[in-house]
Design a protein around this ligand. Structure first.
Ligand code: NAD
Length: 360
């Protein structure tokens, strides 16, 4: 029986890397019935939204999505389709593994980190108050009365919302992941020394949940120290669990440790649905050029195969990717010694090389 999977090509370079990924997934021999749905800039004009309701409806039906990146304007315009997708399907866990492969140009070897990022709240909940609005004035007046502080009204406010249920389930997700994947340690990352109530609550919940998993080590780190530690001695860490914002930032840092965004995969997982996508964005300046690296999305496909319990196919695709990386020949510009290396190949040629390795 083929697997029903919702395929969202996204925009910018999304459609090219999605097509390359679809080809390598089909070459594993696993059969898919793709439900292709458009989201992002390509549908905004036609539908008035970057995330049409049919996309959500399709994932509710198939339960699994594979998604290319979607552009979000910075500091203005519409809200992120990615955040909306995660919120409407309650994809509360963002799993972002960072693993070294021989041949990736990096300052480090043997990195094997798992980032478990809370995906629904924190500063990313979208609870914001715009400068010059009556709601902002009201909120500032309230804060003034409640905290006896005198705040300027010439301002804007984003709310950092951290709840016990959401903290509990992401920390449990991290511990369950550790247990199921023979990992030794979970590190909770926070800034509870300064944000005593919000991050303090996240830490307190993490400490409570840790007691339910005596077989897994637990520790916590303050986020700024964690950044330094990851750069200095990443081998000390294993599974990291973080609130949304720190998780986003540290997963890019971790992608940097293994050789860049071109190879960093991700999964958004909830109780009922899962959507797999690369960590990187739509890299719009390269759209339509058959230039960017499809491997981050292909590695996201490996995570999807594991989620579907197609372990053998997942391992074969991962080994083929590792072999192409190790050979260093049929790789895109970002994996070459210099970005202007004339021997760099294009997005679709990477798919050809990965398929050839799987068939070898
Ligand atoms: P980006 O990840 O698109 O690009 C950052 C840098 O990495 C650029 O130099 C880019 O060329 C390079 N890069 C990215 N992916 C690459 C790949 N596969 N191969 C080779 N090089 C690659 O980040 P950005 O420029 O900050 O964001 C661009 C847009 O993407 C923004 O609108 C942002 O909101 C959106 N975005 C979407 C997602 C998502 O859909 N999940 C995630 C992050 C950013």
């Amino acid at each position: 029986m083929p697997y029903d999977v919702t395929l969202i090509p996204g925009d910018g370079t999304g459609p090219e890397i999605t097509e390359a990924t679809r080809r390598v997934l089909e070459a594993t021999g696993v059969e898919f019935n793709w439900h292709v749905h458009q989201a992002g800039l390509s549908v905004l004009e036609k539908t008035g939204t970057v995330l049409p309701e049919e996309v959500i409806a399709s994932i509710r039906e198939t339960k699994v999505g594979l998604k290319g990146p979607i552009t979000t304007p910075v500091g203005k315009g519409f809200r992120s389709a990615n955040v909306a997708l995660r919120k409407s399907l309650d994809l509360y866990a963002n799993l972002r593994p960072a693993k070294s492969f021989p041949g990736l140009r990096s300052r480090y070897e043997n990195i094997d980190l798992i980032i478990c990022r809370e995906n629904t709240e924190d500063l990313y909940a979208g609870i914001e108050f715009q400068r010059g609005t009556p709601e902002l004035d009201e909120l500032i007046d309230f804060i003034g009365r409640a905290t006896k502080t005198n705040l300027s009204h010439d301002a804007a406010i984003s709310i950092k919302y951290i709840s016990v249920p959401a903290s509990r389930r992401i920390v449990k997700f991290a511990f369950d992941y550790a247990r199921d994947n023979n990992r030794r340690k979970v590190t909770a990352v926070h800034k509870a020394n300064i944000m005593k109530f919000s991050d303090g609550l996240f830490l307190q919940v993490a400490q409570e949940v840790a007691k339910e998993y005596p077989d897994i080590q637990f520790e916590d780190r303050i986020v700024d120290n964690m950044c330094m530690q990851l750069v200095q001695k990443p081998e000390l860490y294993d599974v990291l669990v973080l609130p949304n914002l720190y998780g986003d930032i540290l997963s890019d840092l971790s992608a940097g440790l293994i050789g860049g965004l071109g190879v960093a995969p991700g999964a958004n997982i909830g109780a009922d649905y899962a959507v797999f996508e690369p960590v990187h964005g739509s890299a719009p300046k390269y759209a339509g050029q058959n230039k960017v690296n499809p491997m981050a999305m292909m590695f996201s496909g490996v995570l999807m195969l594991r989620h579907l319990k197609e372990r053998e196919a997942a391992n074969r695709l991962e080994s083929a990717l590792a072999a192409v990386i190790a050979e260093g020949k049929n790789v895109t510009y970002d994996l070459k010694p210099r970005p202007d290396d004339p021997t760099a190949v294009g997005t679709s040629q990477v798919a050809d090389a990965v398929i050839a390795k799987m068939n070898a």
